[in-house]
Structures are given as C-alpha cells and as structure tokens.
Design a binder for this molecule. Structure first.
Ligand code: GLU
Length: 305
C-alpha cells in the first residue's frame, strides 16, 4: 500500500530529529563507534508486504531485542516451566539493576531484565552446547535471512565489560537459580546480544507474533496462548522501567535494545521496527521510539483505510 510507504517517510522526517536528544550506549565498546545519524524504519504486514525507509537494510547490534527471540526459544523448549525460574512482573529498576534480585531470592522479575535474560540463556545452555547459535538460527529462520550472524568483536568487547551481568549470574547461582558456569553463559549471552540484523530482518522475524504464532511459511512457532504471554510481557516490560509509560502512550508490545533498535508488534496487522542509535535516559532509542509512537498513532487515525 502506497499509503504505508508515504506514512513511514513522513514519520522518519518527524522522528529523526529526536536523535539529537539521545546518547550512544557507551558501556559496550563497539556501540560507541556507531554513526549516530543512522535511521531506518521497516514495516512488515501479514499480507506479506514490506515497506522500508532510510537505513532499514543495514544490520545493527540488536542487543536486548535478542531477548525476545531467546524467550521464544525457551517457551518452545520448556513451556510454562520457565516461570519457575523467572517471573513475569514489570520492574521499576533499570535493566542491569541487582537490587530486586537480592531482595527476591535470585528470581528475576521478568525475562527482559538482564538477570532474567541470563536465566533464559542458562536454561538454553543446559540443552544446547552453543545456545547463541540456536538463537541465531531461530532469527535466521524467522526472518528468512540466512546471512544473519553475531558480531564476535561486539560480543568480546561486551564480555570484557560485563561485570554487572557476571555479578547477576553469580548472585542467582548463590540462590540456586543458575546451573551452568557463569563465564560460559555470560559469554554466550553477549554473543546472542551481538546478533547483527536490520530493521527489515527484525520486522520479518517478529511477524508471527502478529499472526497468532504462525510464521510466513505457515509453521506454528508458538501456541496462541504463548503469543499472548510474550505480547503481554513485551508490553509490560519491553522498554525497561519506561514500560508503563510506553504502554500508556503507545499501547503496543515493544522491545527495545541499547543498539538503538525498537521492534513493535501490531496484532492482526504486522510489525514495525525502527533504528536510531542515540538512546534516552532509560536505554531506548529516542527517535526509534518516537517513530513507533507516530506509527501507532497513524494506525489509530486509520490512514491506511
Ligand atoms: N547486552 C546488553 C546488556 O546486557 C543488552 C542491554 C539492552 O539492550 O538493553 O547490558
């Protein structure tokens, strides 16, 4: 639909200037070197169409967006048993905070906090010798792009600085909620976060969530009940401590990452992914989130009717 293309071009023009209000993530060495002016949007719709603007084809570090795909993997593997080890409550603490973890006996509030994602990595590591490659393979299959890979330089740089993540894993181990060697799991987690994919890839990969769990090839990736669980969690915790505000203003399941990607699911319609590296104070792309907000608003005004 021509209207969608026009719409995302207008949104790009309105949202991109917000990048000036953000800052690049500086605690992962490779992310400091990214060009802050990069900006892209991709929209994938259930009828198989894909609309893009700007740098939507350029791979970037997906970081926490990978947590969504690792969660899909874990739910496929162990289903509701996952909730024995990780909760599904929102948190008002930053993504790398350890405060709640100590108070709540080593059970992370949700799988999108770093500690929660590390439990998911630990669980996947118990079943896969190379859990990071299992997540890469899933993203490749769901997106239809076999060239997707993780960037070993980004992963190695993050591992060197991953003191908080290692601390979270050790803390959970002390409570009996972490089973594999800490360094091995944190290293695999850093590789998973270092997956490089474009807005186009991510919009395509998440499309099954807008379609009751059925992917482009008609495969049932998750049961509708599990899609509901992931969408609810993504809405309540996908943008960290800003999630309540994001749900209030945008009202969609949205997952962001410190690489500047913002991925949203519009149930029954499709997905939208925006990328702009500078982040707001809570670690979400300032311009990327604005782009998704403007897209949601356009949908409500039914400009595509
Ligand atoms: N790899 C990052 C970390 O563990 C992911 C954080 C994010 O994207 O929010 O800190």
């Amino acid at each position: 639909m021509q209207k969608i293309h026009q719409c995302i071009e207008q949104i790009a023009a309105s949202a991109q200037p917000l990048a000036a209000s953000g800052r690049l993530a500086d605690y992962i060495p490779a992310l400091r070197e990214v060009d802050p002016s990069k900006f892209g949007i991709a929209v994938a719709t259930l009828d198989g169409a894909l609309y893009t603007t700007g740098d939507a084809d350029e791979p970037f570090s997906i970081q926490s967006i990978s947590k969504l795909f690792a969660l899909v993997f874990a739910l496929r593997l162990v289903g509701d048993d996952l909730w024995e080890r990780v909760g599904r409550l929102p948190s008002s603490s930053p993504f790398n905070s350890l405060i709640e973890l100590e108070k709540e006996s080593g059970k992370p509030r949700n799988p999108y906090l770093n500690a929660g994602a590390l439990v998911v990595s630990d669980l996947l590591s118990s079943r896969n010798t190379q859990m990071e490659m299992a997540v890469v393979d899933l993203v490749r299959k769901l997106s239809g792009n076999p060239a997707i890979a993780y960037d070993p330089r980004v992963a190695a740089g993050e591992f060197e600085c991953a003191h908080r993540n290692k601390a979270a894993a050790h803390l959970m181990k002390s409570f009996g909620n972490f089973h594999n060697p800490v360094d091995a799991v944190v290293s695999a987690y850093c590789s998973q976060c270092a997956i490089a994919a474009s807005c186009k890839d991510l919009a395509a990969a998440a499309l099954f969530l807008a379609n009751g769990g059925i992917d482009r090839d008609g495969r049932q990736v998750l049961e509708p009940r599990q899609v509901h669980q992931i969408c609810a969690l993504t809405m309540s915790s996908g943008t960290y401590e800003a999630s309540g505000e994001t749900a209030f203003t945008i009202g969609l399941p949205i997952k962001s990452g410190v690489g500047g990607g913002v991925l949203a699911v519009v149930p029954g319609f499709g997905t939208v992914c925006a990328w702009s590296p500078p982040l707001d104070a809570t670690g979400t792309s300032a311009a990327g989130l604005k782009a998704v907000e403007l897209f949601a608003l356009s949908m409500k005004k039914t400009v595509f009717a």
